[in-house]
Design a protein around this ligand. Structure first.
Ligand SMILES: [Zn+2]
Ligand SMILES: [Zn+2]
Ligand SMILES: [Zn+2]
Length: 86
C-alpha cells in the first residue's frame, strides 16, 4: 500500500542530482556506504549505514521528506515522515 501524501507533492520532473557523491562526506573525508538522492531538491547524501548519515541529516535540516536510492539499478524511495518505502 502506498498512502504517502508526500510523494504527491514532489516536484515533477524529479530534480537533477546536485553532485555525484555525498558532499558532506567529501568535505569530512569519510566514505559513503551507499548514496541517496533527495527528490525535493536533488541533494545527494549517504545512507544510515555510512558514518555521517548525511541523507537523514538532510531531512532533519530541511524537512524534505522523500529520497530515492542513488545506487545503480535501485529505484526504491523512502519517506522519512512515514518511515517506510513508498
Ligand atoms: Zn510520506
Ligand atoms: Zn555523507
Ligand atoms: Zn532536499
Amino acid at each position: 500500500m502506498n498512502d504517502c501524501p508526500h510523494v504527491e507533492e514532489l516536484p515533477q520532473p524529479a530534480p537533477e542530482p546536485l553532485s555525484d557523491t555525498c558532499p558532506e562526506c567529501l568535505a569530512a573525508g569519510t566514505h559513503p556506504v551507499q548514496l541517496r538522492i533527495c527528490l525535493v531538491c536533488g541533494h545527494v547524501g549517504c545512507c544510515d549505514s555510512s558514518p555521517g548519515r548525511h541523507g537523514t541529516a538532510h531531512f532533519t535540516d530541511t524537512g524534505h521528506p522523500v529520497m530515492r536510492s542513488f545506487e545503480p539499478g535501485e529505484s526504491w524511495r523512502w519517506c522519512f515522515v512515514d518511515g517506510s518505502i513508498v
